[in-house]
Design a protein around this ligand. Structure first.
Ligand code: IFM
Length: 762
């Protein structure tokens, strides 16, 4: 029997199975971009990962470890004891169980009928949501009905005895229950010295006084209530969360900040006490409605799994982003788990950002401003590595942390040693990926203000990095880029990775164009940037090297070599791994060094290049290379399938495209109960949106402007999606047969290309 059911706007856990709790914790995560709470159950179970994160609060647990997003004190636990028997689904009998998450309101509801080992029957409903109306609030409600008169104990509070898989990030500062019921807990991160201030207040629909309970790093209120048979007991808990890194307190002096936050949180908790779960929920729900109004995608298909997938993506895309704070990025697992330590990768710019660029450009801008603040760390990294300009960290945390990729991770299957992680050292393409994202953002939004304040500077600094990164190879009289990892992380220390070389060339070319543009059109800005960055020097460096940069061309068989060595590597029969549901299963048989010797790719690499630059090669060459590389790609990275699905669709491999698309939507939402244990895959979720809008919807931008050239799956009747193009909000509808109609919702008339024909959308 299937444990996860798909209902379009709702996902449902149909029964309880302790083995799979991590999957549901992660995909049912609730949040608002500031706060993220995994949906660990109110009662504890072995194997759970009970994580709560506040964005941007990074800390290093020890000198040997890299900074990570710390798991803050838990507020979700609610202990229920009925006549001395503690409620737990691993005891007694479960007569009914279901939990659902409404993807359009953010509320999860769990309904249970349970019989205790001694035969007491309980009906329980647990509701909870993280507010989209006030980002500091998490609200829970428990409704309980017992089949006989009973004494109920409910205990809930704030539990600071949590870790990140054993790594303790906090020192206890203060715990108290004041005025008989308000709980307050303050802790400080051990290295970054960020104080986290949490509060909670509980209420019941029956008279009961709170007894404070304190343990090591924990505090709670305990209520003891007598209820009659079939009398409904209602318990509500409102929890609040603040951190010293919160944007609204950033302007305060360090010595005043904590007091101000304490005042603010004390005020908020009193206000919340007078408001019901339902009132607070309605306010949050209204914000969700506004969001979906602007984002929703309608699909004419009976396939409920596919319909659910886009709502699932839109839900997670919203809860992963702090929409108004340009000091924080999006983690590879967002705020849904400890995987990748809350760090941001190229995942944001190439997989997640397009959704925001085309649907919520103001949020895209915030994310790109984050990269401007990252310039500090990027300059630092360039200098440390002997380069010039800005070399973006492969993994980013707090704006000025610099490179935070761990140096070692996981066991080597052959040697038994811990494996060295090379990505932070030699995966360099991110410095061009960010530039690509800025260029696209600008084409879509025409946001000159962003470019003038931030964009040009990043482009020039990135271009200078690439110019300094090129190596002159005297016997070939050309420049090369040696010793890198391209997007395909199964190939380490390669020379001339086609993706990296072309992206570097693109960045330098773009900088040259922008140089000319500013010189001729905005002398004031040109002069300002020139005196800050020395633009003439940057241009000189580019002009000297770029013309001689080696850009791999298709060989005599029409194949673009992924790197100097790729096409000469040993062949490997990868069917076994391709057909298996196990991600990274190849590591059971080969270690990283061995994988370097085989013609097998972890993820989209050269195909990624074909996807980003449609005009680089002719149609036939692109198609041929797609077929060649798809055959060798294991899609062991969650980023991969969406890109291949989009290209397979473009090349009319309908069946393959749909299969890859279903693979892409299944990364987190699918039946694999282990894939999301460490958190959802944010890039893959951005990729789901991309397959709908860029793939089947055929949207892309080029030098002409916005193009819509759709190709719907044969079994779909229509597809409708929103786009914001240069300030104009549009709604695109594609009918069966790929007929396109576009409505202008607001903004000025827009000129776009539909199937190659210029159209004015009035
Ligand atoms: O950025 C990705 C990378 O491409 C593949 N490994 C996982 C990273 C984080 O998602």
């Amino acid at each position: 029997m299937q444990q996860l059911e798909y209902k379009g706007t709702v996902i449902k856990e149909c029964f309880f199975d302790r083995k799979n709790i991590k999957k549901f914790e992660a995909i049912f995560t609730q949040g608002n971009g500031y706060l993220g709470i995994r949906n660990a159950l109110e009662e504890h179970y072995v194997g759970e990962i009970r994580d709560t994160f506040i964005t941007g609060t990074f800390n290093k647990a020890s000198k040997e470890e890299v900074t990570e997003l710390p798991n803050i004190a838990d507020a979700s636990t609610v202990k229920i004891i009925v006549d001395e028997e503690e409620f737990s689904l691993t005891e007694g009998k479960i007569c009914f169980y279901e939990r659902s998450l409404d993807l359009t309101t953010g509320e999860s509801v769990r309904s249970i009928k349970w019989e205790s080992p001694k035969g007491i029957k309980l009906d329980l409903i647990f509701r909870r949501f993280v507010s989209l109306d006030n980002e500091h609030i998490f609200v829970q409600k428990v409704e309980l009905l017992c089949d006989k008169d009973a004494n109920i104990i409910i205990e809930s509070g704030i539990d600071g005895s949590v870790t990140n898989s054993g790594a303790m990030h906090f020192e206890d500062i203060q715990r108290r229950v004041y005025e008989g019921r308000y709980m307050e807990y303050i802790a400080k991160t051990t290295q970054s010295n960020v104080k986290i201030i949490q509060g909670a207040v509980c209420s019941l629909n029956k008279e009961a006084s709170a007894i404070p309970v304190m343990g090591r790093r924990t505090l709670a209120n305990r209520y003891s209530i007598k209820i009659k048979a079939n009398e409904k007991l209602e318990f509500e808990k409102k929890s609040i969360f603040f951190s010293e890194r919160d944007k609204e307190f950033a302007h305060l002096k360090d010595e005043n900040r904590l007091d101000e936050i304490k005042r603010e949180s004390a005020k908020l908790i009193r206000e919340l006490e007078t408001q019901s779960y339902n009132e607070l929920f309605k306010r949050s729900e209204a914000k969700w409605q506004d969001y979906f109004e602007k984002s929703k995608i309608d699909i004419g298909t009976d396939d409920i799994y596919v319909k659910t997938s886009i709502n699932f993506a839109l839900y997670h895309l919203r809860i992963m982003v702090k929409t108004d704070d340009n000091r924080v990025g999006i983690g590879a697992k967002a705020l849904s788990g400890e995987g990748y330590k809350g760090h941001s990768f190229w995942d944001t710019e190439l997989f997640i950002l397009p959704y925001f660029t085309y649907t919520h450009p103001e949020i895209a801008r915030t994310l790109l401003e984050y990269r401007y603040h990252n310039l500090y760390g990027a300059r630092l990294k360039a200098k440390e590595n002997g380069y010039e300009g800005a070399m973006y960290p492969w993994e980013c945390a707090w704006v000025d942390d610099g490179e935070v990729t761990p140096l070692y991770m996981g066991a080597d299957i052959v040697t038994g040693e811990i494996t060295k992680v090379w990505t932070g050292l030699i995966e360099h393409h991110i410095t061009a990926d960010i530039v690509y994202a800025i260029d696209n953002y600008y084409r879509v939004t025409n946001d000159n203000d962003y470019m003038e304040k931030y964009g040009y500077e990043i482009i020039f600094e990135a271009a200078l990095f690439w110019a300094s990164r090129l190596e002159y190879i005297a016997d070939k009289d050309r420049y090369e880029i040696r010793n890198v990892i391209g997007p395909d992380e199964y190939k380490e220390h390669v020379d001339n990775n086609a993706y990296t070389n072309y992206m570097a060339a693109y960045t330098m070319r773009l900088a040259t164009k922008k140089f000319e543009y500013l010189k001729n059109n905005n002398k004031t800005l040109f002069d300002a940037l020139d005196s800050k960055l020395d633009l003439k020097y940057i241009k000189e460096c580019i002009e000297k090297r770029l013309p001689k940069l080696y850009l791999p061309l298709p060989n005599e068989d029409g194949i673009i070599p992924q790197s100097d060595t790729f096409l000469g590597l040993k062949k490997l029969d990868i069917i076994k791994y391709k057909n298996s549901d196990e991600v990274l299963g190849i590591y059971n048989d080969y270690n990283t060094n061995q994988l370097n010797e085989y013609m097998v790719s972890k993820q989209s690499d050269t195909v990624m290049l074909l996807y980003l630059f449609r005009d680089l090669f002719d149609y036939e060459t692109r198609k041929k290379n797609f077929v060649f590389y798809e055959d060798k790609t294991l899609h062991d990275s969650s980023l991969s399938k969406s890109t291949h699905a989009i290209l397979a669709n473009e090349f009319d491999f309908e069946e393959m495209s749909y299969k890859l698309f279903r693979g892409a939507i299944s990364v987190d939402l699918g039946a694999n109960m282990k894939s999301s244990d460490e958190g959802i895959h944010s890039a893959s979720i951005g990729g789901i949106w991309a397959v709908f809008v860029f793939g089947f919807g055929g949207t892309n931008i080029d030098d002409k402007g916005l193009n819509i050239n759709p190709c719907l799956p044969v079994n779909w009747d229509f597809l409708e999606f929103p786009l914001v193009y240069q300030g104009t909000r549009l709604r695109v509808r594609v009918e069966k047969g790929n007929q396109v109609s576009v409505r202008r919702l607001d903004g000025k008339s827009a000129e776009i290309y539909i199937k190659g024909e210029k159209q004015l959308i009035k």
